[in-house]
Design a protein around this ligand. Structure first.
Ligand SMILES: Cc1ncc(COP(=O)(O)O)c(C=O)c1O
Length: 370
């Protein structure tokens, strides 16, 4: 048996007629940029998260940059985020001209540790926003982060690029910050057939500003209120996402069921740490990430058995050449540094069979017991 890390083709086969027809409709209408397929998707995605607005853009990176830009973050400002995320989170801050500053992650959830944010803010001047990342599909501790943001008068932009439909304390992501940003990179829980992203918000003025900024600051054809960028979503991506969104709840339930099975089969195996699910959190398991001090050997062992795994993320951002200028050093973010050495993502996707889950779990058990 082979088990890939994810299987996009298997998913396509389950909805092929609908996807093919939706793409054909875009071609028939020849609305290749924005258009009806995108606006219908925006409405459906906003409804799925119970918010007023969704602004569809070209990628998750665009979404993060656009949200910060529209909020007025720029030169001379600082934005707090974590060094244990995909680089795009931090690039979005850099693109505005602001400076990223890091707070370490919590040892159990791997999301930003509110205690570290508080500590950082008590020492830093010029911070404009907090950018928590709902990593691996689990929301950050948003009640605490919100309290801190209120105390310091800061905006919150949620990086929900890995957390479609995730929740915290009974509320969906997107209800904690001024805006929440999503990626529809093909391998995400809701993935396009190319690059795509979106921002959701309940703020009317912010939504209008982001719609204009994504389209060169246009208010009407060739009338530009301010300069912006081209961050528009393609019609074909809107059409694909519109079809796939109808299945997202069911696919998320299946991911959660696979996670439950992994938890059952892998309890008390070697030094393996399984993902911690915060009782307040509705985890959507974009990734199922385990930890072990023998990570690299385990990864090789599983690869030999044709089981796909990956490491998200092997190098915390303060160790990246690209962010060396921030001046951080080894030991500044001990939790991020340790998790980066030990984390391993196991296969998880809605089309994965129970037999495949058992096969992966049996291989891991045999690795630790041999
Ligand atoms: C946490 C996080 N932030 C931002 C992004 C950027 O999204 P995109 O690749 O769509 O630009 C991603 C996607 O990989 C992500 O996982």
């Amino acid at each position: 048996m082979k088990v890939p890390l994810a299987d996009l083709h298997a998913q396509y086969l389950t909805i092929k007629p609908e996807i093919d027809a939706a793409i054909q409709r875009v071609i028939d209408r020849s609305q290749f940029i924005l258009g009806k397929a995108v606006s219908d998707f925006e409405q459906a995605f906003a409804d799925a998260h119970q918010v007023k607005h969704c602004v569809a853009v070209g990628s998750g990176t665009d979404a993060l940059h656009l949200a910060l830009w529209a909020l007025g973050v720029g030169e001379g400002d600082m934005v707090v985020t974590t060094p244990f995320t995909f680089i795009a989170t931090v690039e979005a801050i850099s693109l505005t001209g602001a400076r990223p500053i890091f707070a370490d992650i919590d040892e159990r959830t791997y999301t930003m540790d509110p205690g570290c944010i508080d500590d950082l803010l008590s020492k830093s001047k010029g911070v404009k926003a907090i950018l928590p990342v709902h990593l691996y599909g689990q929301a950050a501790e948003m009640n605490e982060i919100k309290k801190i943001a209120l105390r310091y008068g800061l905006a919150i932009v949620e990086d929900a690029c890995q957390a479609h439909l995730a929740g915290y304390d009974g509320k969906c992501v997107g209800h904690f910050g001024t805006a929440a940003c999503f990626s529809f990179y093909p391998g995400k829980n809701l993935g396009a057939y190319g690059e795509a992203g979106a921002i959701i918000t309940n703020d009317d003025a912010l939504a209008t500003k982001m719609r204009r900024l994504r389209d060169h600051g246009q208010v009407e054809k060739y009338k530009h209120e301010f300069w912006g960028h081209n961050y528009r979503m393609d019609g074909i991506q809107g059409a694909v996402l519109g079809v796939k969104l109808k299945y997202l709840r069911q696919w998320t339930d299946r991911r959660r069921e696979i996670a439950r099975r992994y938890h059952e089969y892998l309890r008390d195996v070697g030094d393996l740490t399984l993902p911690y699910e915060d009782p307040k959190s509705y985890h959507v398991y974009h990734l199922f990430v385990v930890r072990t001090k023998r990570r690299d050997v385990l990864q090789k062992y599983l690869a030999d058995k044709e089981i796909g795994t990956s490491i998200a993320y092997p190098i915390p951002l303060h160790f990246q050449q690209a962010y060396r200028h921030l001046g951080y050093k080894k030991g500044d973010f001990p939790v991020s540094e340790t998790v980066a050495l030990e984390c391993l993502s196991l296969p998880i996707y809605a089309e994965m069979s129970d037999e495949q889950v058992e096969f992966v779990a049996a291989a891991i058990r045999s690795f630790f017991h041999d």
